[in-house]
Design a protein around this ligand. Structure first.
Ligand SMILES: [Zn+2]
Length: 160
């Protein structure tokens, strides 16, 4: 009886770890951003992640490069299709938790710079995005679907 309990406990620990790993893959030391070529693990506060159904992931050193990637998959990841993406995650600026990129809000034109310069700073809620905008002189708050290639080019150039 004791032995069975022990095994049951082991099984639970094993599976919860597995589930966790599946839910949030992490970059290792050598993972490079497919857009700019920088080492991603050096910038955990800016990490963005795209997870595919077979469990493999692409990591980015900021939401801006993630948007560039999504907007030109044939260039950055031939053979991948946007419709097949399992999850897109960005890192919330305030609590550094990884959040659903499609539900996040993005502030542009602020005084906060990412590893690649001007950024789309991700926040978990519209209220947090409003607070951040006030604290850091942001120009606008945007939803995921509002971020077009033209807007990404503008942010890159520092024009808001
Ligand atoms: Zn990058």
């Amino acid at each position: 009886m004791k032995r069975r309990l022990f095994l049951a406990g082991l099984g639970a620990a094993c599976c919860s770890r597995l589930l966790h790993a599946q839910a949030l893959p992490k970059p290792d030391r050598k993972d490079l951003c497919p857009v700019c070529g920088m080492l991603v693990a050096k910038y955990p506060n800016w990490l963005a992640t795209i997870v595919w159904p077979d469990g493999h992931a692409h990591f980015f050193d900021g939401a801006k490069d993630m948007f560039k990637f999504l907007q030109d998959l044939p260039k950055y990841a031939p053979g991948h299709r946007a419709g097949e993406i399992s999850r897109i995650l960005v890192t919330d600026f305030y609590n550094l938790e990884r959040i659903d990129a499609r539900q996040a809000w993005y502030v542009i034109g602020s005084d906060v710079y990412g590893p690649m310069g001007h950024e789309f700073v991700p926040l978990a809620s519209k209220a947090d995005a409003g607070d951040f905008q006030k604290e850091h002189k942001g120009r606008s708050v945007l939803a995921f679907d509002q971020i077009s290639p033209a807007l990404v080019a503008q942010v890159d150039a520092g024009k808001f």
